[in-house]
Design a binder for this molecule. Structure first.
Ligand SMILES: [Zn+2]
Length: 263
């Protein structure tokens, strides 16, 4: 998914053993990446998803978009603050084909802490089934499942790695560097108002560390949805991050695939 990966593999093959992969930079020694920034966009608002993808493309990056399996259906009943037009699988297939990551964010946006374990498993299976049928190339074993409301349970957390590569739930934005067996990813979010200051704070925290992986759960752009950011802010933020040599901006699944495969 990441545009530099193939180039790097071609250059260095399977000989890299470092946790922080070097990426080739023109005219100098490879610079190790030591910070990963993942903005994990939830809920699949149609206009925001299109705009988000375009802004990432402008910076030659892949966006991380997490969508609700049944949100495009007429019988979908969104929470009040989610009552915004949603994309459908035609759009998700198009964005995926353009190099963005489209991942499952529940079957119907239920809080699974309010369901029995069996009901929770059933809803997750139904979600993964819709993705397997409707999203071209989708493989559950390469998927990152993002819990609605970041609300998981210990039992679901123990079971879910039998179905998917990893899951995202609450627990703080700073994660350790991707490593084999890392199935639980944690994130923070901020809302219902604009969450730009919260993102800036977490990025400052990340860059103050020697290394780490920040996952911030974002939603819509401009006025869409809970805890939005401005499109202009996203554009400026990506421009700034691309200019920081230690930073790799990646979707969650791509971060795991890229760095764990090479560890
Ligand atoms: Zn959500």
């Amino acid at each position: 998914m990441h545009p530099t990966r193939r180039e790097f593999l071609g250059a260095a093959g399977a000989t890299a053993v470092s946790l922080a992969l070097p990426l080739r930079v023109s005219g100098g020694e490879p610079k190790p990446k030591s910070h990963i920034v993942t903005l994990s966009f939830d809920d699949g608002f149609k206009n925001s998803s299109i705009k988000t993808a375009e802004i990432y493309e402008k910076h030659k990056l892949s966006a991380c978009i997490n969508v609700v399996a049944s949100a495009h259906r007429k019988d979908f009943r969104p929470p009040d603050y989610h009552d915004v037009p949603r994309g459908d699988f035609a759009l998700w297939n198009e964005l995926r084909a353009r190099g963005h990551e489209v991942m499952p964010h529940s079957f119907q946006h239920a809080n699974l802490q309010q369901f029995s374990f069996e009901e929770g498993k059933d809803l997750i299976r139904r979600c993964l089934d819709v993705f397997s049928r409707k999203l071209k190339g989708f493989e559950p074993k390469k998927a990152v499942y993002s819990f609605a409301y970041n609300a998981s349970t210990p039992k679901l957390e123990a079971w879910l790695p039998t179905q998917v590569m990893a899951f995202r739930t609450s627990g703080g934005a700073i994660n350790p560097w991707p490593r084999r067996g890392q199935v639980k990813l944690t994130c923070t979010s901020f809302g219902p108002g604009n969450c730009e200051h919260a993102i800036d704070r977490e990025i400052d925290k990340l860059l103050a560390q020697q290394s780490g992986w920040m996952i911030f759960n974002t939603h819509g752009l401009d006025d869409e949805g809970w805890g939005p950011i401005r499109a202009a802010y996203l554009d400026r933020l990506l421009e700034r991050l691309v200019g920081v040599a230690s930073v790799d901006v990646l979707p969650a699944g791509a971060a795991l695939s890229k760095y764990v495969d090479q560890a």
